[in-house]
Structure formats: C-alpha cells, structure tokens
Write a protein that binds this ligand. Structure first.
Ligand code: PAF
Length: 277
C-alpha cells in the first residue's frame, strides 16, 4: 500500500496503472460503512485508491471541523487489510493552495434537505470531489447510500460536466440495532446512542405505511414526526418524503421516493434515509 501526499505523485502513479481504477473518497475515521465501499471497489477494479481528506470547504463556521474525529494510524491499518493500493492523504494547502478561487455549484438538488441546515456544504463537497476525480481519474467512484443527497448531487455533477466515470452507490451499513454507521456516532453517549435508534424506527414506519398502501406523503411525514417527537432526546431538523431523483417534496407517493431525515441528538446531527420503491 502506497501512502501519497502530493497531487504530482498520484498523477505519476496513475500513469502506471493499467485496467480500471476504483476511488473511495473519505474523510477518514473509517468504519464498516467505508470498508464496504472499499471492498466493493476491490472486487470491481484492478487498482483501488482511497482518499483521506477532512475537507474544510464543506464545514460551516459553527461545525465540527477542528474536532472532527481522526485516527490515521487505525485507518491505514484497516485499508491495508482491505488490500488498498494507494492512500491519497493531501494537506489542506495541497488541495486549496493560496489563491484558490474555483468552485463547483450544483443547483436545484442542493437547494433542499441538508442545504437548509448546512449552507455551502454541497459546494464544498462537489468541489473537492471534482478535484479528486481530476487528480485520480478513476473508472468508478464509490459513495454510501446513507448520504443519499450527496450521491444524487455527485451523479448530477458527473452528468452535467461530462465527467468520464461511473458513480456506484453502496447500501447503508448499520449497527446491530439499526443505527446507520457514521464517523459522528462517536459523539453519542450511551443514553443518546439508545435514543438514536429512533431514526431507523421512523424510516421503517414510513416504509410500512407506504407498503400498506398509504400514498399521502404528508400523512407519512406526520406519522414519522409524531414517532420521533416521543423520543425526548431527539430534535428534528427535517423529515422528508421526496422524489428519489429531484428530492422535491411530494404530495402523493406515486413513483420512486426517498424517505429521509436529519435529527439532532446531543452534539450529533444524524441523517438516514430509506428508498420507497
Ligand atoms: O462523504 C464524505 O465523507 C465526504 O463528504 C466526501 C465525499 C469524502 C467529500 O469530502
């Protein structure tokens, strides 16, 4: 496994790779969700590149950039076990040198859900992901379904800007009690950790209602909201039943839809989702 810190070095290695290259972009502090992406990349490509970069451009001023969990030594051990070929771990200066002033703004799909609470988040994500695609030039890049809106935004960017790669979205990996794996779960104490199971319970309720024939999106949102409000530690940020492609809120669920939510529990802001249809 090669550890690489500069863009020039990645480019030099890239010229030597033959066959397909799978890229897994991460911010480190890896968990089973990330490893599922790396495993799939390993199964489908000749070369696997994983990037570890806590991207300052996607954190708002009041967000947890400085305290974002990091454990590089452990990450590298896990990636080595998965037979990763290259780990790209650039510095902030390497990615955003003095004078940096070009940004990727994906419109429409970024205007809802996460963007309301995290203005500028998707601009930071799209910009860093576009840079990683330009640097690594992967055949395929892997993202988790847990960050459903992020995956939709990246697919939109790839289509709109004619980027020559395939985006693979890998199903959410969950803890035994159903909590979606996330690096930020580490912020939860044991009581909050227990309360966090309300997210999957609300999504499961949405799915059950929909499978039972409920088509009225507002009724589904209402039932989900009422369930979450029974959990005293949970503070709802949003509860959404939206079109699975455009993320526009639905009145009637009559095609592929996405139930999604963001809930604050203690210091953590947790997101999760479940496709309906
Ligand atoms: O999902 C993440 O960890 C980040 O948003 C990503 C895609 C690595 C970009 O910084």
């Amino acid at each position: 496994m090669q550890l690489v810190e500069t863009i020039a070095h990645v480019r030099e290695l890239r010229r030597q790779f033959s066959g397909s290259v799978g890229l897994v972009p991460t911010m480190g502090y890896l968990h089973e969700g990330h490893l599922a992406l790396v495993r799939q990349a390993r199964n489908e490509n000749s070369t696997v590149v994983v990037s570890i970069f806590v991207n300052p451009a996607q954190f708002g001023p009041s967000e947890d950039l400085a305290s974002y969990p990091r454990d590089l030594e452990r990450d590298l051990k896990l990636l080595d076990e998965q037979k990763t070929d290259v780990v790209f771990m650039p510095s902030d200066e390497e990615m955003y040198p003095l004078g940096f002033s070009s940004w990727v703004d994906v419109e429409k799909v970024t205007e809802r859900l996460e963007e309301a609470s995290r203005p500028g988040f998707f601009r930071g994500v799209a910009t860093v992901v576009a840079k990683l695609f330009n640097i690594v030039q992967p055949t395929k890049a892997y993202f988790g379904q847990k960050d459903a809106q992020q995956a939709i935004v990246i697919k939109r960017m790839v289509a709109d800007l004619n980027m020559d790669l395939e985006i693979i979205v890998v199903p959410t990996v969950r803890e035994n009690d159903g909590l979606a794996m996330s690096s930020r779960n580490v912020y939860l104490n044991s009581e909050e950790r227990q309360a966090a199971t309300i997210l999957l319970k609300a999504l499961t309720l949405a799915k059950e209602l929909w499978q039972g024939g409920e088509k009225d999106a507002e009724k589904i949102r209402y039932q989900m909201t009422s369930l979450i409000q029974k959990e005293p530690l949970a503070q709802i940020d949003y509860v959404s039943i939206a079109d699975a492609d455009t993320l526009e809120e639905l009145k009637v669920v009559d095609g592929p839809a996405l139930a999604s939510l963001a809930v604050r529990i203690g210091k953590a802001r947790l997101i999760d989702n479940m496709p309906l249809g």
